[in-house]
Design a protein around this ligand. Structure first.
Ligand code: PHE
Length: 354
């Protein structure tokens, strides 16, 4: 029964106070015991809660006199609970720290880290060498027109050389996916005046059967130099300098006569096979050599086409296959490995790319 007179309330107060004292919140053994005590007195039906609720049944004057007394008891109880809780929590932390051990000899967990694709790294490596040789960097679009991909490069209309490039045409449009980065030769010349010295790295597309050395999507780095008196011997010098910077001093190269309509004379350049020292294997088609670039002296018609006078200016161009170079550098036997995104393959380049 709730006390309804001052005397009865004060008696109840004395009971609660002594119960609080003997409950000994300040010395509760652990956190659950402390919580139990709190609920016993301050829960919804707790003894102290009831005592305070009973105040409202007393006349106003008495409420004024007794209210502060009841509240003071509640506050001191709450303070006791809070300080004991803090003590018990600190002790708990200390105990769990004692039980925890750290083995500093364990190998660290490596967070997964992104890295550049080996082809991107190779492409940049190639472009960087030329950059040090004074070449600028130029880029062009993947979707091209016939003029930049063929006509301006001296491929006559309906000439079979156009077929040799196995072009992807865009349906219903006079556009195609560029079959080589030589398109950027034209774009770079159109955008400037002679002399010029640029590399144009990028992706190219050919409707080709995929095999260990071919893919329908691959990368080239084009080079173009136009200057007064630049010719084939300069071309050889630049390429030999480049190949030795890339593959090491004394790298063996071979220039073979070839045909590209936009350069005359034309050559294909091979380097010694990296898999079989010359004896012949599938990667070098049993020749002991791997073709990595095409090159030649810029055809006068190409210069004329962009309005540059071939009597004053001459130059040379080359196109390097990035996949072939990456295969050489890393001993990769199958070009397709670069395109399947198998992390077991890609992760092997960690050291190289660090
Ligand atoms: N564009 C040629 C190809 O893709 C390569 C090349 C570039 C040849 C520049 C000569 C000069 O095969």
């Amino acid at each position: 029964m709730a006390p309804t007179s001052r005397a009865a309330w004060e008696q109840a107060y004395a009971r609660v106070e002594s119960a609080l004292r003997s409950a000994g919140a300040a010395s509760a053994a652990d956190l659950p015991a402390l919580e139990e005590t709190r609920i016993r007195f301050l829960g919804r039906k707790g003894e102290l809660t009831e005592l305070l609720k009973a105040l409202k049944d007393l006349p106003l004057e008495e409420r004024k006199a007794l209210g502060p007394k009841g509240n003071a008891l509640k506050e001191s109880f709450e303070a006791a609970i809070a300080s004991r809780r803090a003590e018990l929590e600190d002790a708990g932390d200390a105990a769990s720290l004692k039980n925890e051990t750290v083995d500093l000899t364990l190998p660290a967990l490596r967070p997964p880290r992104g890295r550049l694709h080996p082809l991107t790294v190779t492409l940049r490596e190639i472009a960087d060498i030329f950059h040090r040789m004074g070449y600028d960097w130029a880029e062009g679009p993947f979707v091209e027109d016939e003029r930049h991909n063929f006509s301006a490069l001296n491929f006559p209309p309906d000439h079979p050389a156009r077929d040799s490039q196995d072009t992807f045409y865009l349906e219903g449009l006079p556009l195609l996916l560029r079959t080589h980065t030589s398109t950027v030769q034209i774009r770079a010349m159109e955008a400037s005046r002679p002399p010029i010295r640029v590399v144009c790295p990028g992706r190219v597309f050919r409707h080709e059967q995929t095999d260990v050395t071919h893919s329908a999507v691959f990368h080239q780095v084009e080079g173009l130099v136009v200057d007064r008196g630049a010719g084939f011997s300069d071309l050889k010098g630049h390429l030999q300098t480049f190949l030795e910077a890339l593959l090491g001093r004394g790298t063996k190269t071979r220039f073979r006569p070839s045909y590209f309509p936009f350069v005359e004379p034309s050559a294909e350049v091979d380097v010694k096979c990296f898999l079989c020292p010359g004896s012949g294997c599938p990667a070098c088609k049993r020749t002991g050599w791997i073709e990595i670039l095409g090159a030649g002296v810029v055809h006068p018609k190409v210069l004329e086409g962009v309005g540059w006078d071939p009597e004053q200016w001459s130059g040379f161009a080359f196109g390097i296959g990035v996949e072939r170079v990456a295969m050489l550098l890393h001993g990769v036997r199958d070009l397709r490995d670069f395109y399947v995104n198998d992390l077991r393959f890609l992760n092997q380049f960690d050291e190289d790319l660090a």
